[in-house]
Design a protein around this ligand. Sequence first.
Ligand code: NAP
Length: 267
Amino acid sequence: MWELPELELDRTEEYLPIFALGTWAIRDPKAMERTIRAAIDEGLWHIDTAEMYEGAEEVVGRAVRGRRDEVFITTKVLPQNASFRGTIAALERSLRKLKTDYVDLYLLHWYDGSHPLGETMEAFAYLIEQGKIAHAGVSNFSPREVDEALRYLRIVNNQIEYNLDNFRDVEERMLPHAESRGITLSGYLPLWRGRWPEGEKMEVLREVAGRYGMTVPQVILNFLTRHRRIIVIFKTESVEHLRENLSSVRYTLAPEDYDLIARTFST
Ligand SMILES: NC(=O)c1ccc[n+]([C@@H]2O[C@H](COP(=O)([O-])OP(=O)(O)OC[C@H]3O[C@@H](n4cnc5c(N)ncnc54)[C@H](OP(=O)(O)O)[C@@H]3O)[C@@H](O)[C@H]2O)c1
């Protein structure tokens, strides 16, 4: 048994695995349940879900039955529900589906102005006080929006898109801002939902993968976790893919190969 590298969630002295397992657009609920259980066994005990992901919270609830204290669950409130009362009602619905009495991290899924941000943050503060959420955060927030949220509440996480198409912006603009505010970033869509790039980009990924006996998804995940500063959320319903993805962190690529990937995806 080996341990996944971990990352501190903000300055909470709570450490999370470098990966989280996503649950968006589940095709086969039974397979997803099996994969979540296998993930916990493999040391990937952070599961990401949302009220928006139809049926997903129920799947997570079934998968973690009897093992609640082994997992860290992140879920999200939709912006249209994020009034003070609406947020509390949404969380109660999520708790029922997840069959738990608290979530570890509760995020505003994105900000669309339907409700004042201060109201959502006030509801998050209330839910923390009630012990129904351990931590609060946001998703798809710009640095300016993060700063606005921080005026109301000590949020600990911003979940944003992170893959080879936007890694420079995330690492050079979003990450320094987040770190200066003591916020952890988590990154979704690392594998473009399985829609791999074409042409020269794919050739470079295959070439690098071949040099180390890795697969293309492993090269991508290795690249995105190379600095150990962003939690990378991938989704899979396959235990085989899960193991393949987790073992991506065991490789160290030569600096020239990291540069080659960076150059190829920056043009
Ligand atoms: N906050 C937000 O707004 C937001 C937005 C999007 C996503 N998210 C979260 O982030 C998670 C991840 O993003 P995502 O699900 O959109 O996309 P993703 O993780 O980039 O891609 C998932 C797809 O990749 C395939 N895959 C995974 N590992 C593979 C491997 N080793 N080989 C071949 N195919 C592989 C999966 O198929 P198999 O099942 O066949 O492996 C699945 O179809 C979501 O599930 C969700 O929890 C959050």
